[in-house]
Design a protein around this ligand. Sequence first.
Ligand code: ZN
Length: 480
Amino acid sequence: MNGSLLLANTHALRYNSCVRKTFKYRLYPNKQQQRLLEQQLEECRWLYNHLLAERRAAWEERRESLRLYDQHATLPALKAERPTLAGVQSQILQNVAVRIDLAFKAFFRRCAAGETPGYPRFRGKGRYDSITFPQVPVGCRLDMDARHLRMMNIGQLRLPRMNAGGSDPLPLSCFRLRDPRFTVRRGLRPYRAVSGGPSTGRARWLRWHRCCDHSGQPPRENAIHPLAQAKGLSGGEAVKVILHRPLEGVPKSATIRRSRTGKWYVSFSCECTEPSPLQKTGHQVGIDVGLKTFAALSTGEDIANPRFFCQEEKALAKAQRCLSKAEQGTPERAERRKVVARVYERVAWRRGDFSHQHSRHIVDSFDVIAVEDLAVNRMTHHHCLAKSIHDAAWSQFADLLSYKAAWAGRRYVAVNPAYTSQDCSQCGHRQTLPLSDRIYPCPCCGVVLDRDFNASLNILGVGLHTLGLAPRSSRIYPGE
Ligand SMILES: [Zn+2]
């Protein structure tokens, strides 16, 4: 009995293993945790660039293509060479190699397809934004009750030894003795990053001084900074996480990400065993992308165009003007770049919210959803700058619609939009209308309809026909 139940469960898992859902939560690491996370990102960035250079060199010098497993095998030697790498959980490092491998696979695939791909690029400072734990809960565990996230190793990140010599990233020569105190030369990032003091010179110095046993003597050989054993993420302290919704399914991997505005998130990719179908409603809908309205439904409803980008255009222009006045490489510039990123973030959030709400409403109310296939005919549909933005919003909306429909057991179909705005939805008469005409008057059957509404009816007709839910109509569709 038990055995068969288990078998049935594993079968369900196997058949639905493609159903992955991602749950994203906001993280609130404290200052020290942030620094530790940033240090990890920096280590991963170094590794990424190193592995990329290795692949390039292998090809240029020996005409040899390195594989993922070749690079995985070099990781232990790299750790010996660069001790700070050992502070990053080993599976995260392996995942960096996987990312390189994926980048190259995508590059070669595009080459084979005759496209003009960009060669995988080196990542500049601050351009490496995420780390992945590929086997949750190894190294990363979400505590639903305590609303905390525990991450391994981040707290155990070793500080560079003070006077170890050899591969020591902080040799004694970096410190200057100024009786009776030490000062740290400027630009010693690793030190400041972990010391935890405020970033003013004196306070930082005090921290440093305290760690030298208050003796004023040069640090002992191999002395480890007391903060090296500091409360980190693995010890008592866990990262605060806002669980705005429960996690479903079995979490398989977790990615920690830093946004351009400095916010932290964790995304869990979960394996969900079965979709949750909604009850049938008996309604069907065709949706046309409008110019004046965001979308026209075949039920006669319209979704107004939100124009989020237009609303934020002024703020964006102002932020960008400020940015361009700041000098390169200054802290002000970094600050102002953040302001620009924040405007874009706000637009993206509002657009996402809008798309989620409307797609949810449509999936809840209709059994069959037919939309215009955007991949076809995209360029001829709209013109001028606003449309590319509009298009972006629309394709996000269509993506959300299709996955929500699949999850809810609804039928979703993308139809070729050719002639849908030229044909009469009532009698099938075809005529060309200038884009400025918002009304479709049919000279054949005399019906007068809104142009977009007429198109949405046609889209529904084609969609139903494609799904085999409606008989072949008298209209002639492309491809028949
Ligand atoms: Zn007609």
